[in-house]
Design a protein around this ligand. Structure first.
Ligand code: HEM
Length: 464
């Protein structure tokens, strides 16, 4: 049975070929969210690099939780004794796709859990805190960190000029400018969820939670001098290390820990546990081991499995929620928004596809003049004008259509597709269809033969 064609949100598509219109001839309706999403995707379907965290490396594997976590969360990824497939991506934060991996920069530590309840993305960092706490400042932070648009050079003046207005960055600067600011590679760094999330169990009990990944290989980092030495030899060392470790048949492993807090405790704290510029002291909120991540393969194709990976802090599952954290709320908008721009779409119909719209009736409210419907316009003849135009062309243009279309179709391996297109052309003009069919088969080295002894004489009814 064919799979159902769904929107990006996973809801069934009733009709993928006809726009929603007021009456069969239109006009189109703005509430046609499927049309808008399809066109919006199309408008943006060339893939630019990520606006931040562009330089990264991916790996794949599984996550297995510790037993007993159902008392804290009903999320199946943690509460059931079973493995969940994962995709992980490690990255630098500031610079572009092929930039050095030896920079002093927070590293991205993103893990996508493909759970049975949908994807859960934990999109974290190698450092436990962040520069700012309000999403409103993030674009300015990034602009300050990126190269100066005038000189093309990263400029400490711009960075620190901005940060001088952001005293909340102080904690982050301590971490970043320690040797922890340059992890040795991706196998030897910790990962932090940074934000506070909420876990809910089946009874509805809630706890604040913070996450921490610890590398099985131990934590290692580079001094500024070590980093210079590594970079002099190989500025891709972290990606190379990760892929070489996996290519040798090895695994890269991390333990996941959490810190838990009763929400009622926050009133008694002198600091805000939802603030990303703050840590939760381990003495008061000890680390609880909750699972183990085993990465066992690298990307088969870097473009498909690294460039096109898309994480979003808004991708959460039942049992896990976002806390009231303004940075996190800004992030939950920004990632799906940039991905609409960054990632392409897949279209149907296709002879190779097995996804179908549901054909379900419309659920839109009706309140327009005419019937709200998805159907072709009544006078939909797709071929008559095409034939007229072709016949109106002079002989050299007519021949060029046969040659160019025939040659293009000769590169289409699916004969059903070729036959369908040729069928359309034949309905426009039998000679045109015949010419393209033969050219595509390699039977018509010189299309001019077709025109002998005389070209068709029908004249156009109107200018096409
Ligand atoms: C308001 C604050 C933030 C905004 C608006 C923001 C925005 C973005 C955007 C637009 C991307 C590119 C996503 C893509 O193209 O798929 C990105 C990537 C990323 N961000 Fe943020 N970010 C913010 C804060 C943070 C923080 C605090 C962390 C760490 C805790 C973080 C970790 C990451 C990671 C790991 C990636 C790369 C994901 C991947 O590997 O594809 N970001 N961010």
């Amino acid at each position: 049975m064919a799979n159902k064609l769904t929107t990006n949100q996973g809801t069934p598509v009733p009709d993928d070929q006809n726009s929603l219109t007021a009456g069969a001839r239109g006009p189109s309706l703005l509430i046609d969210d499927h049309l808008l999403e399809k066109l919006a995707h199309f408008d943006r379907e060339r893939i630019p690099e990520r606006v931040v965290n562009a330089r990264g490396a991916a790996a794949f594997g599984t996550f297995r939780p510790e037993p007993g976590l159902h008392q804290f969360t009903k999320a199946v990824v943690f509460s059931r004794d079973k493995e969940t497939p994962v995709a992980a991506r490690f990255s630098t934060f500031t610079h572009s796709r092929h930039s050095p991996e030896t920079v002093r920069d927070p590293r991205g530590f993103a893990v996508k859990f493909y759970t049975t309840e949908g994807n859960y993305d934990l999109v974290g960092s190698s450092l436990p805190v962040f520069f700012i706490r309000d999403a409103m400042r993030f674009p300015d932070l990034v602009h300050a960190l990126k190269p100066d648009p005038v000189t093309g050079l990263q400029d400490p003046h711009r960075i620190f000029d901005f940060l001088s207005f952001a005293p909340e960055c102080t904690h982050m600067l301590i971490w970043l400018y320690s040797d922890r600011g340059i992890p040795a590679d991706y196998r030897h760094m910790e990962g932090y969820g940074v934000h506070t999330f909420i876990w809910t169990n089946v009874k509805g009990d809630q706890r604040y939670v913070r996450y921490r990944w610890k590398p099985a290989a131990g934590v290692q980092y580079l001094s500024a001098e070590d980093a210079e030495a590594v970079q002099a030899k190989d500025f891709n060392h972290a990606t190379r290390d990760l892929s070489a470790s996996l290519a040798r048949g090895g695994t890269v492993e991390f333990d996941l820990y959490v810190q838990l807090m009763q929400p009622k405790d926050e009133a008694s704290l002198a600091w805000d546990p939802l603030d990303v510029t703050k840590l939760w002291p381990e003495e008061a909120y000890p680390l609880l081991r909750v699972g183990h991540l085993t990465l066992n393969r690298g990307p088969v194709n870097d473009f498909a499995e690294n460039e096109q990976l898309a994480f979003a802090p808004s991708a959460i599952v039942p049992g896990i929620d976002l806390s009231a954290d303004k940075l996190l709320h800004g992030r939950s908008f920004a990632y799906p928004d940039t991905q609409r721009h960054r990632l392409g779409a897949n279209y149907e119909p296709s002879t190779g596809g097995d996804t179908l719209p549901t054909g379900l009736p419309l659920a839109h409210p009706v309140g327009v003049d005419g019937h709200v419907t998805r159907e072709r316009i009544p006078k939909s003849d797709d071929f008559m004008q095409a034939g007229i135009t072709w016949r109106r062309f002079d002989e050299s243009l007519r021949l060029s259509v046969i040659k160019n279309l025939g040659d293009e179709l000769s590169r289409v391996s699916n004969q059903e597709v070729v036959d369908t297109i040729v069928g359309f052309l034949s309905r426009a003009d039998a000679l045109l269809g015949e010419g393209v069919r033969r050219r595509a088969r390699g039977d018509l080295p010189d299309p001019a033969i077709l025109m002998q002894p005389a070209a068709p004489t029908q004249s156009p009814a109107s200018s096409a």
